[in-house]
Design a protein around this ligand. Sequence first.
Ligand code: SF4
Ligand code: SF4
Length: 387
Amino acid sequence: MILKLRTTQIALTSLLQKEKEAETADLIIKLGGEGIRKCYQCGSCTAICPISEHYMISFRKSIKYAQLGLKEKLSSDLTPWLCYACGECSNSCPRDANPSELMMTLRRYLTMIYDWTGISRLLYLNSKILLSAIISLSVLTGIIIYFLHGPIITDRVALATFAPVELVEATGRLIFVSLASILLLNTFRMYRLSSSRIKLSLGIYIKEFFKTFLPNFLTQRFFKYCSEKRYWVVHLLIFYGYVASLILFEVLLFITHSNDPFLFISPLSIIGLFSAFSITYGGFVVIHGRVKKTKPLWKYSHPTDWMFIILLILICLTGLLTGIFRSIGWSIATYMVFSIHLMIVVPFLILGVPFTKWSHIVYRPFALYFGRLNEIRQSKIQEVVRL
Ligand code: SF4
Ligand code: SF4
């Protein structure tokens, strides 16, 4: 009797386990990982990947975890972050499984897993919710501007009077601190999921931060190993365009948001123009690729890919237009375009940065950093075994 009960219990546990695994695999397919059904584990993707020449990784193994729906293995896997979506592997996959897109899908999956708020999951799995969230945040920003804007001066452009400096600064800081906190907590979850509990000294954490995290964050050097260098340049342009706008409109907001006439030839304006042009150019390269499907990685586009790249370009164009109207002294046009600019910036930052693809700016270098710490832990274990 006891033996029978035990057998039934084991059968039930295994059934539940299988259901969970099927759910995970289905979820990955929903996120764009249709190719896991085609992959027959030949390993060509790992063999051909330019990254695997520099790093001991197996993309094939990550695909295997996805096929089997192994949630724990997938959640602790840092490999998908090392892929820079060059598409080499998809060109040579004998089953047309598009491994490059599979890696992108696994990054979406991991972004969802790291996100403790659950918002990421909602946005990735339901494009209607995503669209409604963007529209709601945009309308809310419009309402706040409508009720809280300052006096409308028309004989000259007085942007800092129309949009009071204190209000813009306080809102900017609030959004920045909230988003940074969410992203940091998500990164901590990433660390907990991907790292063993073996302790390392603080010195190692600091040393590897400067040796691994910072250089990779600043140069995105793994992208360079992928075949087409121009995409590395495009990637860097978007990245530094992003950083420049963050410095100008967050750190230096007290200078850039003023009533002074806008001059195109000034150090800050040049940084602003660099930011706008590089992001717009990079954005159009990506959109062109997605429309024409010129590369395997652009064959499939998740709705979030479209929405956020379009928002990013609109942010740059409205920012640029605000500068142009401001410099030629069209006050009403400046106030209107600036308001539209804010109505796009807010949903982009709040939804895009911590919850979807844009978080990869932080996750990628951290994946290399955590991976390196794991290597050090591994070598410590081997030392102990040898002793
Ligand atoms: S090359 Fe294609 S079939 Fe072979 S392991 Fe990679 S994804 Fe699977
Ligand atoms: S897309 Fe490029 S970097 Fe990513 S796995 Fe394929 S070959 Fe490697």
